[in-house]
Design a protein around this ligand. Structure first.
Ligand SMILES: *Cc1c(COP(=O)(O)O)cnc(C)c1O
Length: 347
């Protein structure tokens, strides 16, 4: 028994099936940025592919190339953080779909002959994306580049906050306008994609041709939102640590700040133990202190979060106690913590 992140691939497959059923006939692009939210890029991508997922969202070209190497030529891999013309060239070489969110990058994409371009309209998040005031000129330029054979525009997309319905509705109106402008300019974007996890489940009119879902695939539900069971998904990861010393009142467990446990959780949450939930009292560099239970012994297993044998708290439950989101908890688990995959298929 050692500290590890247990990842239940059967639970992942169930989540993927739930997402596919929910969003059909729209497709599911499985977002695998940040090492698949800390769950391990290649294993998650491979499991997704085997489960029928055909689109993957890698964030950057480097991640996209890893997915390409893992899955072969038939996967569609969308990278939307393109750093330079050279980056775009590497993306084209790996046959990636490229997200293009500014007019300089549009020229770069043309220079390297990108044939799978998804133009991004800024619908209000102001992170990245072509501004509405620049959009009509940009789509006319894209159409010109397409006619010359330099690029092909296969998609129009955006990203929304998913924080309030009213803001999302306003973003969607801009999106619809942008698609119409692209079509009027002579483009024929077949893949329109706007929603991430929350909107893709809650609001069918946001699904268009494809949804980009990460969090829900990993069973991470929204902070302050419906829980996993209400959404029909299940957490796939359990962060487990062994008891390394047991005394009457307190035990030590072999996981700490250096493993990625936010120190601010101390005193705020319970962890799952063989004796039921117990208070997480202190978080040190490599160890933490937990309130003891009757019969606590070295080698017992504690679940910091996840649906492990002895715990029920989710990453989002932990996150809520320190005003953050479940993804943050998942992403902080150090790469030094081994990932362990449970593969058996339950009937
Ligand atoms: C992270 C991300 C997503 C996925 O968001 P979830 O809420 O995890 O489903 C989708 N689109 C973009 C552009 C992202 O950066």
């Amino acid at each position: 028994m050692s500290t590890r992140l247990d990842i239940d691939l059967d639970a992942l497959r169930k989540n993927l099936a739930e997402i596919a059923a929910r969003v059909a006939p729209a497709r599911h692009m499985l977002v695998v940025k940040d090492d698949a939210y800390g769950h391990g890029l290649t294993t998650i991508a491979q499991t997704g592919w085997d489960a029928g997922v055909r689109w993957f969202g890698s964030f950057d070209v480097a991640g996209g190339r890893i997915v390409r190497d893992a899955l072969g030529p038939d996967a569609r891999i969308f990278a939307w953080m393109i750093g330079s013309r050279e980056d775009a060239r590497l993306g084209v070489k790996a046959d990636l779909d490229l997200g293009v969110g500014d007019t300089a990058l549009l020229e770069d994409a043309a220079a390297v002959g990108a044939q799978r371009v998804h133009l991004k309209i800024d619908t209000g998040l102001h992170r990245n994306g072509i501004r509405p005031e620049e959009w009509p000129v940009a789509v006319r330029r894209a159409a010109e580049l397409e006619r010359s054979g330099a690029i092909r525009v296969v998609g129009v997309w955006s990203h929304i906050a998913e924080a309030s319905d009213a803001e999302d509705d306003a973003a969607r109106a801009v999106f619809d306008w942008a698609v119409a402008e692209a079509q009027a300019a002579g483009l024929a974007p077949r893949m329109r994609h706007l929603a991430a996890s929350a909107a893709s489940f809650a609001r069918s009119e946001f699904r268009y041709d494809m949804v980009r879902v990460g969090a829900f695939a990993y069973g991470i539900h929204p902070a302050g939102g419906p829980d996993a069971a209400a959404l029909g998904i299940r957490p796939i990861a359990t962060l487990a640590a062994p008891v390394t010393a047991a005394e009457e009142e307190f035990v030590r467990i072999g996981i700490g700040m250096l493993d990625g446990i936010p120190s601010t959780l101390a005193g705020r949450v319970h962890v799952g133990t063989p004796g039921g939930p117990r208070r997480l009292v202190r978080i040190d560099a490599a160890e933490s202190v937990v309130a003891a239970w009757p019969g606590a012994a070295v080698g017992d297993e504690v679940a910091v979060y996840g649906p492990g044998r002895c715990g029920e708290l989710t990453a989002t439950d932990l996150a809520e106690s320190i005003d953050t989101i479940g993804e943050e908890i998942a992403l902080r688990v150090s790469q030094a913590v081994p990932r362990s995959y449970l593969r058996e298929t339950a009937r």
